[in-house]
Structures are given as structure tokens and as C-alpha cells.
Design a protein around this ligand. Sequence first.
Ligand code: AP5
Ligand code: MG
Length: 220
Amino acid sequence: MIFVLFGPPGSGKGTQSQYLVSEYGFKHISTGDLLRSEIKAGSELGLNIKDTIDQGGFISDDIVIKLVEQVIDKEDGKRVIFDGFPRTVNQALAFDRLLSVRNLKVDIVVNFEIDFGKIVERISGRFTCSNCGTVYHKIYQPPKVAGTCDRCGGHDFVVRKDDQPDVIKNRLQVYQNETEAVRKYYESKSQVLVTIDASNSPELVKQTLMNKLTQVGIEL
Ligand code: AP5
Ligand code: MG
């Protein structure tokens, strides 16, 4: 089962992925996380992409597709969530091709809808565990014990460089310019595209997602 979680920055793709991973055993592939790992590792690729990521631009299709191809071959492709990929029509076309040669396909695309007004509030309160990457929010999703990661017990948290207000605006602009076409692409292919209201609490969004999946006959 291949899931694509699709939606603007801060719409909760990472948060809902965490549920699908912990409760249903999915693998989680976030192109944003992959790219940030390259930066953290100080690789040549990481050095080349750092400024673009920090300023909220998109990384070139070639780079992103290559990264996805490398990682998909490490997974068995059976139960995988793609979070934040594809984000351009070129990426969507390349994704279909690389899945079809492996006898796989996108089974469901979940479109996260949220008012852009809520996004800044969400992103500006976000922090993540520097050890395992679990996502938190200072008000909406704090760790159960303050200062301790629920998942790995780590005590070190980081704030993303691209979570500054002016960069958030740029990310939203880039998203609007590039990504609407991807939604249309999946609609036109009459693949299973479900739209969820992502503006409610994390639990309610999760429940909405589960209900929608049941409605379209997807069993997890
Ligand atoms: P990426 O890391 O994917 O960032 P993004 O798409 O901007 O999305 P975010 O991770 O910011 O948001 P999210 O939807 O995961 O929300 P989250 O669950 O964290 O990409 C980063 C960069 O990498 C891009 O800008 C680009 O440069 C590059 N890149 C990545 N993929 C690429 C591609 N395919 N092509 C080209 N370039 C690419 O939630 C946000 C906050 O809200 C958290 O604090 C969370 O706790 C909280 N929250 C979540 N849900 C709720 C809720 N329901 N109610 C209240 N709070 C909530
Ligand atoms: Mg994310």
C-alpha cells in the first residue's frame, strides 16, 4: 500500500504520518527529512541544497527523484507513506514510472486542506526531537513530560531554520505556485484522492482520515 500525503507546509503531514507509523506499521518517507539529513551529515548534496531549503525554495526534481529512488529500493514497497513527495507534476510522472517498473502504484493520495491563516501559528510553535525527529508543538502537541521526547526519551530539541515567519510565507507561495497542478494530476488520473479537513485537532484529523479511508474501501 503506497500512500501519498499531500498538503501545504504545517498542514500536519508529519504528525499524521507518525500515527500511521506507530499504529499501523507504515514506513515513512519524507523528502524534507531526507534532504535535512543530507544537510546534517554535511554531504556534498547537503552543502548544495542548504541555502535553498533555508529560504523555503524547492529542490530540483532530479535530486529529489534520485533520493526517492534510492530509498524506495531499501523498502519493500508494501506499506509506505510518502510525505511531501511528489510536489511537482514532473515528480508525479517520474514517481509513477519508478513505481510501475517495480509493480507498484500509488494507492491513495490524501489531500490535507487547511486555512493558510492557521499555518503560521502551527509552524511557529513547532520543534522536533533532534535524535528521532518526532514532531511537537509548544501548545497543540507538547511532549507528555516537558523536555523529554515521548518516543526516544531524548532531551534535545531543534527548531527548523525554514520555520521563520518570512520563510514560511515563501514556502506557502512556492507551494501554491507548484503544487496545485499535482492535485489536479491525481484527480485527472482518477486515482483515489481523498480530501480531509486538516484544521482540527490532531486526534480529530486522524479520525477524519480513518473514516475517509474506510469510505473508499482502504483497510489498514
Ligand atoms: P518538508 O519538511 O516536507 O516541509 P513542508 O512540506 O513545508 O511541511 P512541514 O514539514 O513544514 O509540515 P507538515 O505538514 O509535516 O506539518 P507537521 O506535522 O510538522 O520540506 C521542507 C523543504 O524541503 C521544502 O521547503 C523544500 O525546500 C524541500 N523539499 C521537500 N520535499 C521536496 C520535494 N518533493 N521537491 C522539492 N523540494 C522538496 O505540523 C506542523 C506543526 O503543527 C507541528 O508543530 C505539529 O505539532 C502541529 N500540528 C500538526 N497537526 C496539528 C493539528 N491537527 N492541530 C494543531 N497542531 C498541529
Ligand atoms: Mg513535515
